[in-house]
Design a protein around this ligand. Sequence first.
Ligand code: PAF
Length: 289
Amino acid sequence: MAGMEIARTIAATRAAVATARRAGRTIGCVPTMGALHAGHLSLVEAARRDGTFVVVTIFVNPTQFGPHEDYARYPRDEAGDLRQCERAGANLVFLPSVEEMYPPGTVTTVHVARLTATLCGPCRPGHFDGVATVVTKLLNIVQPDRAYFGRKDYQQLAVIRQMVRDLNTPVEIIGCPTVREPDGLAMSSRNAYLTPDERQRALALSRALIAAREAIVGGERDPAAVEATMRAVVEAARPTGIDYVSVVDPVTLQPIERIAGPVLAALAVWFGRTRLIDNVVVDPIGDGP
Ligand code: PAF
C-alpha cells in the first residue's frame, strides 16, 4: 500500500485526488485545524470504514477567528499531526499556507443565515462566515464524495449541511459522535489551554448536559427550567463566563416554548481564557445519549 502523501498546494492536492479517482476510489474528506486528538481520528476512522481515499485537511483558518480570539495561540503541531494521520491510515494530507488559501485580492465569503442567529453565532460575529467560506473552498479543492464532521460542533455541522444543500454541493455530509475523555470532557484542541484546576472545573459542561437529560427524561417540559438546572451545575464550577446555556429546536436551533420532541441542549462556557462548548440531543422518551 502506498504511503501517505502530503500536499501543500491546491494543484498537488487535486492531482493526488485525481489519481485516486482514476484508480476507482471514492474520496472522503476530514477537514481539521490540526492539533489532532481522538475526536479527529474517529472521523478518519469513519472515512476509512466507508472505504474512501481519506484526505485530511489541516489549516488553522484565520477568517473564522474574531480579532480578540485565539488565532495566534491556537495549538499547532504539524509533525505530531502528520504522525497521527499516518497511523490512522489517512491517504493524503493537505496542509496549505494562508497565502495558498487566501491569495491577495480574495473578496468572496459564504454566509449562512438563520442557523447562525443563535447559540455561538451572536457570541462570535463572523465565525460561521469564516467556517462556511473555508469549508466551501476545501470541498471545491478536494471534491470529496463524503466529508466528515464531529457533532461536538453541532451548530457548525448544521450550518455546513444547510450550506451544501443551498449551494448544491455534490457531497454527502457525515456527522460523527462526540468523543469524550473517560471523565466526560468532550475532546477539543482547546482543552490543551486548560490548567489542571480549570480542566477539573470544565467537567461542569458534560455534567450540566447529563442533568439536562435527566430532567427532560424525568418529565420536565419547560425549556427554561432545564436551562436553570444546567446553569446551576455550571455556576457551581465557578466559570469565568457563560456565553449561553440553551435548550433549542435541534433542526432550526431556535428557542422553543415547550419540550414536545427531541431537543438540543447546548452550552458555551469560559474557564480562564478558554471557551468550551458541548451539546447533547435529548429525546424526552429517553432513548440513549
Ligand atoms: O471544526 C473545525 O476544525 C473547523 O471549524 C473546520 C471545519 C476545519 C473549518 O476550519
